[in-house]
Design a protein around this ligand. Structure first.
Ligand code: UDX
Ligand code: UDX
Length: 457
């Protein structure tokens, strides 16, 4: 049996997923390819292209043994008979479905590359998140080959979250494998089981029909995001009623039917997946003639935008209705803690709105400053990027906490208070800091969905 696995796309999903697979399956050779030469060079180096706790050790153990990174996509296709495809599927920016539908051009091109460079049968695994029924289109394209080759399409979506990728991949809640109900489909499913059973208990591997698998991935992300938007909408109501969102979330979460996770109020969810996948779900619902379903899910994204706008409006309002010319220390730019990733980070939108109000920004983040610079390229206004938090707060009127980095808790807030303009404000968009302690130091503190602690009369 050919025991070579290929993964096309060495991004946040493909890289860690394959590293864990190679680590757990020493009897397989795993090749990860990408068209981006700089990315592959980084995967081959001591400085990996993404920051993910614990990943360095896994990569170091497997790399050169049975894990290889390369730009030779065509050679990889030729060599492997199981091909995971983890290329990006961004939201379409043009033509029909622009702004909502998934742009599948990289996927289709990859399918065509696979046909062109294959001389034997292959299993093609959808690792990227794709619209339901993409596998049907893929199967049609692949079967149109004139070489008499057979291709089986499998759906095996990835549920890992950034920042916890290594643990999520090593101990997944579930592995989902969707396959066609044909002899070929079932044989391909067996090959997939052979791989995952190296480290995942059988009861955690869920096998479904291929359409359920594709749709489950989209809906899982939509459900998670929906919980955040639900809580965020209630955080606004809490601020009007002196209720406390932390207490409300905790009280709700104690109901075992609701559960306690993903009920943290925030300035909004970010990341490469949530918004893209919900918009895709909205598009699919419209496409299949279900406008009510589409409107329901679209509201999750609209509340997210509202929450970001609401946060900026509060900063302006509390700082005497103007922030023009005032320095704001932005603490955190990554879309969540423990990652340098800033894709769709609420910080991007919040910072742009603050710049529109002519605030001066000093942005501080432990891992995401380079990406922040790229995201704000071309913005007009006074922006500085500070690796040192004390530099960022010097002469600042307020701190806006935009990412839940635990590192911030270790900072010397007495010293920070001394360095700032007075009155000094903290707007905690993640409910991260010890608000009473901050208030006692002298700050006017505006948490999210909780009563403010203000010295101003
Ligand atoms: C991506 C998708 O965004 C997500 O929906 C899906 O579930 C998994 O793949 P991610 O790994 O975070 O997630 O994306 P990204 O970091 O952009 O990686 C994709 C990689 O594919 C890039 O490195 C890109 O260079 C590569 N790629 C893309 C190719 O090698 N060939 C292509 O034709 C297109
Ligand atoms: C998500 C899904 O969790 C994962 O299963 C899927 O494979 C990819 O998309 P990720 O985007 O990496 O993972 O991170 P996640 O932990 O889900 O956080 C997404 C966003 O929601 C972040 O901006 C985070 O700060 C925010 N969030 C999360 C909240 O605002 N409140 C919460 O309670 C939880």
């Amino acid at each position: 049996m050919n025991k070579t696995i290929l993964c096309i796309g060495a991004g946040y999903v493909g890289g860690p997923t394959m590293a864990i697979m190679a680590d757990n399956c020493p009897d397989y050779k795993v090749i990860v390819v990408d068209k981006n030469e700089a990315r592959i060079k980084a995967w081959q180096s001591d400085t990996l292209p993404i920051y993910e706790p614990g990943l360095d050790e896994v990569v170091k153990r497997a790399r050169g043994r049975n894990l290889f990174f390369s730009t030779d996509i065509f050679g990889g296709i030729e060599e492997a008979d199981i091909i995971f495809v983890s290329v990006n599927t961004p939201t379409k920016t043009f033509g029909a479905g622009a702004g909502k539908a998934a742009d599948l051009q990289y996927w289709e091109k990859t399918a065509r590359d696979i046909i062109e460079h294959s001389s034997g049968d292959k299993i093609v695994v959808e690792k990227s998140t794709l619209p339901v029924r993409t596998a049907a289109a893929m199967q049609r394209i692949l079967q149109s080959n004139t070489k008499g080759l057979n291709f089986e399409v499998i759906s095996n979506p990835e549920f890992m979250a950034e920042g916890t990728a290594v643990t999520d991949l090593q101990h997944p809640d579930r592995v989902l494998i969707g396959s066609m109900n044909t002899p070929g489909g079932q044989a391909a499913l067996q090959r997939m089981l052979d791989i995952y059973l190296h480290w995942v208990p059988r009861e955690k591997i869920k096998t479904t029909n291929i359409w359920s698998s594709e749709l489950s991935k989209l809906v899982s992300n939509a459900m998670l995001a929906q919980r955040i938007s639900s809580v965020n909408s209630i955080s606004a109501l809490c601020e009007k009623t002196d209720a406390n969102i932390l207490e409300v979330s905790a009280a709700m979460g104690l109901d075992s039917r609701i559960g306690s996770k993903f009920l943290r109020a925030s300035i909004g969810f970010g990341g490469s997946c949530f918004k893209k996948d919900i918009l895709n779900l909205v598009y699919l619902s419209e496409f299949y003639g279900l406008p009510e379903v589409a409107a329901y899910w679209e509201q999750v994204v609209l509340i997210n935008d509202y929450q970001e706008r609401r946060f900026v409006a509060k900063i302006c309002n509390k700082m005497f209705n103007t922030i023009a010319g005032k320095k704001i220390a932005v603490f955190g730019f990554a879309f969540k803690a423990d990652t340098g990733d800033t894709r769709e980070s609420p910080a991007i939108y919040v910072c742009k709105m603050l710049l529109e109000e002519r605030a001066r920004l000093a942005i501080h983040d432990p891992k995401a400053l380079e990406n922040a610079m790229l995201d704000l390229t071309g913005e007009t206004g006074d922006i500085t990027y500070c690796a040192d938090p004390y530099e960022a707060v010097k002469g600042a009127h307020c701190i806006a906490v935009l990412t839940d980095w635990k590192d911030f808790l270790k900072y010397d807030f007495r010293k920070i208070y001394e360095l700032m303009e007075k009155p000094a404000f903290i707007f905690d968009g993640r409910n991260l800091l010890d608000h009473q302690a901050m208030f006692d130091i002298g700050f006017n503190v505006y948490p999210l969905g909780q009563p403010a602690l203000s010295h101003l009369k």
